[in-house]
Design a protein around this ligand. Sequence first.
Ligand code: ASP
Ligand code: MG
Length: 411
Amino acid sequence: MALVVKKFGGSSVATTEKILNVAKRILNEKQADDKIVVVVSAMGDSTDNLITLAEGIDTQPYKSQYAREMDMLLTTGEQVSIALLAMAFQKLGHPAISLTGSMIGMLTNSVHTKGKILNIKPARVLEELDKGNIVVVAGFQGADKFGDPVTLGRGGSDTSAVALAGALKADECEIFTDVDGVYSADPRIVKNARRMKEITYVEMLEMARLGAGVMQPRSVEMGQYYNIPIHVRSTFTDKTGTIIREAYTLLEDKDFEIRGVSHDQKVAKIAVLGVENVPGIAHTIFSALADAHIDVDMIVQSIRNLEKNITDMVFTIALSDLPEAKKVVDVVAEKINAAAVLVEEDVAKVSIVGVGMLGKPGIAARMFGALAKANVNIDIISTSEISVSCLIKGSQLTEAVNSIHDEFFSD
Ligand code: ASP
Ligand code: MG
């Protein structure tokens, strides 16, 4: 007997026909005594469509004043798909029940639209499994201490699935998606990107954090925390995909200098120009952003004018945070007497990732060389122990990613 959590993304449940196919596939593969929990996203583009609907009320529905109502709205997307999938199982002759985030005991904090899971007490899930049900769970959502719905950020169903697998001590968490695994770069951009058989939590987390859309970063953290192997595989074939786990078991996959090239187009750059070069300025700017729950990524403080002792503070944030961030920064800029606040949206971040670069000089230089060869200018550089990232012009992203991938993955 196995207890398995299977997660199906929006494209896998985009139509009722696809929902029926998902149910058939699960029943075909199921051994008699297997216990199955299925976590699903909203159908197709329905989350985006709900956001568009909200834009009919206000063109900026992600303002903090609306956050709770956005969650009330967005959680309906998953409620539709769980009900239909549970009905599909019943239609095919297997008992099933759908449960929302609050019904599975997923307690979150109260940071609406960007919630974090605090703990999961899945008593109801276990009870329903014991009754012989396939349990169909709404991804992307939990409930806070008031019982209000809270979503886990875009792509949050992955996190729901892995966290629930952890809380249930499942044998494995399978993530079914429209790609057949994790690639060395986005295969839509890089034609000869390689599919990996395995990747470690640490490297996958870094790739996801730096923009690899295949998994939400929090979900990989959850996998690592609970030590649950995550199998990323295709909804449309039964081919084995990529296993995300603690350590490599295959030599072949271990041998790369870098594991992959990630990119992120959903970033924006803010420059606070002409601020006084005195203690406390960085603190003032970034604590105001932190208070508004806005994550800041790359930060550069430049020495602009030594004589006048003024400097520029440049940083990047998620594009979706831009309207709120601009409001916050404008207020702070006024307070600290900055000369101007500039915003740039045509930017993208391209990164290389891999534990293989630890203690190996020259990897970053090769990345910069590949960018130079593609005639791409580097705006900001940042590094971690296992990654190097460059901020570049958004319109040059395709050339940049391909040139870097060629540098490290040519045969
Ligand atoms: N439906 C949500 C979204 O589109 C959650 C998910 O797909 O994982 O972001
Ligand atoms: Mg998704």
